[in-house]
Write a protein that binds this ligand. Sequence first.
Ligand code: RUQ
Ligand code: CUA
Ligand code: CA
Length: 651
Amino acid sequence: MTSKPPTHPVDTLQEHEDEVNRLKEDLGDDNEVNLQLPRLDIARRDLVKASALGAAAGLTGLSGCLDLLNDENGTDRDRTNGNGVPDHHVPPGELDDYYAFLSGGHSGDIRVYGIPSMRQLMRIPVFNTESARGYGFDDKTKAMLEETGGYTWGDTHHPRVSQTNNDYDGEYVFINDKAHGRMARINLKYFEVDAIIDIPNQEGTHGACGRLPDMDLVYGVGEFRAPVPNDGRDLDDPAAYASTFTAIDRESFNIEWQVMVDGNLDNTDSGKNGRWAFASCYNSEEGVTEPEMTRDDLDWVSCIDTLAVEDAIEAGDYEMLNGVRVVDGRQDSPLNAGDNPVVRYVPCPTNPHGVSVTPDGQYAIASGKLDPTCTIIDIDLLDEVDDPADAVVGQPELGLGPLHTAYDGRGHAYTTLFVDSQVVKWDIEAAVEAEPGSDAPVIEKIDVHYNPGHLIASESYTADPEGDWLLVLNKLSQDRFLPVGPIFPENDQLIYIGDDEAGMQLVKDTPTYPEPHDATIVSADKIDPMPIYDPEDVDAEFIRPEDAEIIREDGRVHIKMHSTRNQFSFPDITVTEGDEVTFTVTNTETQQDIIHSLAIPNYDVQLALAPQDTREATFIADEPGVHWMYCAYFCSALHLEMRSRLLVEPA
Ligand code: RUQ
Ligand code: CUA
Ligand code: CA
């Protein structure tokens, strides 16, 4: 029952003509429509017109054809106007060069932007519910949220796109939930969450990344120290708390192992060759109050030797806690005594925050936050030095409040300065050569508005960043936008970094709903989403028009139906008060972008159905009366008429 969307503009036009004619026939108009477009030689303008005509008649679906004619997609477009001035304009009808995936913070979602236009293309609900996409309203997504804690929100921070051979493979986005210690996986085939795991033995899953080069493991790190397991023991004994570093299998999404560490874990990144993972620790003091957590001049970066961890597991040197193999990586663990410690604690001033690995895999750079420096760790030295402090090979002074660092692939690092409200561009090798505390490696600084937390450059997390755009996620936006009350939008700013001579150029302010904490920018040609569903990928029964039926059995009613322009299978459905009602609904459309929904007022049901998708909703019919079920997606001229009655008879 799967049928592919039309792939040729002419076929699509023919289909439109036919459908317009059918519709006109239905309406008693017998003047034939002829869209009169020359075969194989279609001007784009005409296609757009034809699309508008189709839309007026309630028929759409030409966007795929426009793609065929728009060969400017991809990242080869010259983004300067010849004078080195960046051109971030993406005219109507043209597509962006990059996807950006931004976290939504305590909105619990992920936002998809086009770069460089900064247009918001989509929001992907993850830990929140979202009626527009029916997420958390159908049985499957409801159960997924229910089984991972039943919370209605989360705090997404660090979206990472899956990689193969140190390059984005466009398959998944992994995203943490700092609030509830969860990790989710978004499948980029459909731009929707396909797995969530509630991580045991870990509170406040903050940093996230995956083991490179192939992201066979996804890492989530625990920011909040707590008793392990957190079951009521050691309530007020902070010395007995711990943080864990968690490794999750990319495909099965089961937890492979955890490492218990001293201090806490904040942000994380992976070395490029799979062995080392890095996590910043701002609470080496193991305090529970701010004065305690900022007491010492030095904290550290926890460098986890993931191969040594796996050796320890192989040798049986682990404890089973809540069903997870936990390796002891604390400083006094016997596993850290020999030549092959599982965790090396590299000292770093003070309360470091972001940590990220350079594209060449040579250095892990931790941003000082309360110290004006970044700390550069030479990854190869971790294996060689006796004292982990000797792996530090540079400590440039950058400015006040360094938080996160991104890369352009030309040897430069870009670090946000939260307190200075600036981004600083600096030379990595120059910083390795310079004396610690020298500001000589600084190339330039640019003001941003205001207080930048996070930043990311195009393809910065790969071995080969593009080095053209830098996205800076600012916390404050006062005076940049029309006031909208005391809760301000935030301000995501786009900076062109593709011209080292001209320097960094701020090109765009973009108000953002609170509140992104990180992003990943991926070349558009590395992501290839499905235009419609493949029913093979949907684990619910596909209901063709002729399959429609209502099955009644012991107080249960199962309604199997389809939806298409402009009706559901049944004009009305009668059930009895108290029945357990299940709807299985397929959108049998084959044209892309024709989405229907099944909204059932008074029962809190709103299923969003893309073409060839099937969703299910189950509820107890406990409110007698007439309930008008309708399609909430404006799908055609007869969209308002696309409704039917749920009649609930009093018991
Ligand atoms: S981190 S505190 Cu997840 Cu810079 Cu936002
Ligand atoms: Cu289908 Cu509106
Ligand atoms: Ca500290």
